[in-house]
Write a protein that binds this ligand. Structure first.
Ligand code: CDT
Length: 309
């Protein structure tokens, strides 16, 4: 057995006025709880340090950049790195990254138990739009504030296993998991901020959104025989609700832990990375069963091409 005792640390809402220091104090409290429950790795959500700012339309670049981190760790996040190292706990969280070259990414990192950043992933599938959209009930301006990630979907050998990361909307795309599956991934770590209502379809509410969350994560886990942990930023941020529903899914696609609140909440599960082996050696033995001669469209086209009438 190769056990990673994973703590999925859901965060409740972060209001626009809440400081990073205050959020980090909440994250540290969850880390303390994780340590008490024997966790060896802790996962926090997408854009964990601030409110989900892409809901706000901004034109002033200085105002936008104030939501971004210019270095990692920085003064606000150093306590997370220090406490995780003290506890011998690996860690992953998301943040808005502003590079020295002035590039903006929706990013997450993987930090090993010694406090070293061993992995960085930049979000590939950016949802939403780039201009103010009057037809929507609320805005989702990720395409305005971020550029698509340039990392692809690497897998890192660390903490005794093979770990990959993706971010929120990426979880809805089978390609995300398959690219990592083709590198033998044993645990996918992801965080999300998902509005509880579809801004373009008012009757798509939290139940349907939680269903799509489970469906995507469970399918990705099963079809690649990997653990997947998905952790939410949840609850009502300045009047804009986000779903909770954080979950840990085993390599059979079954949910082994699921959040019940929309607040700061910890799920802890002892995940055996060796449990990924059976599926990878049998029904999803890619080398024996995949038929890549028929998959060309996956990388050759983006949109739908209808057959001739
Ligand atoms: N953060 C993020 O990627 N949220 C999206 C919302 C999609 S609606 C524009 C998600 O896929 O959950």
């Amino acid at each position: 057995m190769r056990i990673v005792t994973l703590a999925a640390a859901q965060l409740g809402p972060i209001q626009r006025a809440e400081s990073r220091q205050h959020v980090v104090a909440r994250m540290l409290e969850l880390m303390d709880q994780a340590k008490a429950k024997g966790a060896t790795m802790i996962l926090y959500p997408e854009l964990a340090l601030t409110t989900f700012f892409p809901r706000w339309y901004m034109e002033d670049q200085a105002e936008v950049d104030a939501w971004f981190e210019r270095e990692m760790p920085n003064a606000a996040t150093l306590p997370l790195f220090e406490r995780a190292k003290e506890y011998g706990m690996a860690m992953s969280f998301g943040y808005a990254e502003l590079t020295p070259e002035g590039r903006h990414f929706n990013t997450c990192i993987l930090v090993d138990r010694t406090g070293k950043i061993v992995g960085k992933y930049r979000k590939t599938h950016l949802p939403g739009h780039s201009e103010f959209d009057t037809s929507r009930a609320f805005q989702h301006l990720e395409k305005r504030y971020f550029e698509p990630g340039d990392t692809g979907f690497p897998v890192w050998r660390t903490e005794g296993g093979l770990f990959g990361m993706c971010i929120c909307n990426d979880r809805r795309w089978p390609e995300t998991y398959r690219v990592m599956g083709l590198q033998g991934v044993e645990m996918v770590l992801l965080g999300y901020n998902t509005p509880s209502v579809n801004s373009q379809k008012a009757d798509e509410g939290p139940e349907k959104r939680l269903f799509h969350n489970r469906l995507s994560v469970q399918a990705g886990a099963y079809q690649n025989s990997t653990w997947v942990a998905a952790v939410a930023k949840a609850g009502n941020e300045d009047g804009f609700p986000l779903i909770g529903g954080s979950l840990i899914v085993d390599p059979n696609g079954e949910i082994v832990a699921e959040a019940t609140t929309e607040d700061d909440e910890l799920l802890v599960h002892a995940c055996d990375l060796d449990a990924t082996k059976f599926g990878k050696a049998t029904i999803f033995d890619f080398a024996r069963h995949r038929r890549i001669e028929h998959y060309g469209r996956i990388t050759a086209q983006t949109g739908v091409e209808l057959p001739p009438e």
